[in-house]
Design a protein around this ligand. Structure first.
Ligand SMILES: [Cu+2]
Length: 326
């Protein structure tokens, strides 16, 4: 776009020069920068998620662009509301889809849609001003994923260099991921028992929304083992111990591929499970619990509909007969 404009401008100057006197001074050159930020962060196996824009604020000049990287398996959006008054709720189908063009001047709703696992999104800011942006999945919560951009007039000196933003981002990410990892120690139930966590976050579900979260089912202060063994007739209860994201407990039919249900699907199935019917908790928001009694011996996998594909939020329940020797 810029090259085209420059080319047509040159053509105009050339034509003008043919009919009159060519200008003998050239205008000052302002070089547009492309800045780099990051939306969300995660540990190697996606268990621990950082839920911020890294960094949250930046100052650029009119004409500059920003490229956001989305390295995590958890999807995020970079969304500018334009003339909209409020964020569309996370359940709105519009949330996952891109909107607007490659330029944002404050007038129109402009969004990356869901981006994850190495996706990028670039916007150019032609107009000075202060702009806020949100992650539509994680920005509606108090203290949620919100970023701000100050656009100065073209050519104004930058208060910070890219390297300063990059090191600040690195420190924030390290801190958020460490907080997530440490929150596993807050698991409050007996280890290896029948009360599990469906996700956990610093200060648990009673705390304020945290900037990090753990995307795992847990039965102890360990984030690595997602399998439990019980006897027939045992009831398992899951509680969402995070303060910032819904999860589900969802079981399919034994011998069939896992059902592709939308994450916000309502609850289905009853209070017992024997492997013959799709059984879904529905979205469990922070603090909400779900219980299921397993009535038949077998090995059953269960998934979180929000996090099964990319983040391995998959657990196993092995149900044994009473008379099993082991
Ligand atoms: Cu989940």
């Amino acid at each position: 776009m810029k090259i085209m404009n420059a080319a047509s401008l040159l053509a105009f100057v050339f034509i003008a020069g043919c009919t009159g006197s060519a200008p003998n001074t050239t205008p000052p050159v302002t070089r547009a920068m492309t800045w780099t930020l990051q939306a969300g962060a995660s540990s190697a196996k996606e268990a621990n998620q950082g839920l911020q824009f890294y960094t949250t604020s930046i100052t650029i000049d009119a004409g500059d662009s920003i490229t956001w990287g989305f390295p995590a398996g958890e999807p995020h959006t970079v969304t500018f509301l334009g003339n909209r008054k409020s964020l569309p709720p996370p359940t709105d189908p519009k949330v996952s889809k891109p909107a607007g063009g490659s330029v944002y001047d404050g007038s129109a709703y402009t969004s990356s849609g869901f981006k994850l696992l190495g996706g990028t999104y670039t916007l150019t800011f032609p107009k000075p001003g202060a702009y806020k942006y949100y992650c539509l999945l994680h920005g509606g919560l108090k203290g949620g994923m919100v970023g701000s951009i100050t656009v100065q007039t073209a050519g104004a000196p930058y208060p910070r260099a890219q390297q300063q933003y990059t090191s600040a981002a690195h420190a924030m990410i390290t801190s958020d991921l460490a907080d997530a990892a440490a929150s596993v120690d807050e698991f409050p139930y007996p280890a290896g028992g029948t009360h599990l966590a469906a996700g956990i976050a610093p200060n648990l579900n009673t705390g304020p929304p945290s900037t990090s979260t753990v995307v795992r089912f847990l039965d102890s202060k360990s984030g690595s083992d997602q399998s439990v063994t019980i006897s027939v007739g045992t009831k398992i209860t899951w509680t969402n111990l995070s303060n910032n994201f819904p999860h589900t407990v969802t079981l399919g039919i034994v011998g069939q591929p896992f059902p592709k249900l939308p994450p916000f699907s309502p609850p289905s199935g009853g209070t017992t499970y024997d492997g013959t019917a799709i059984t879904n908790s529905g979205p469990l928001f922070p603090g909400q619990s779900y219980s299921l009694t397993f009535t038949k011996a077998g090995t059953y996998k269960y998934h979180c509909l929000f996090h099964d594909d990319t983040e391995h939020m998959i657990g196993t329940v092995t149900v044994r007969q009473w008379n099993d020797s082991k």
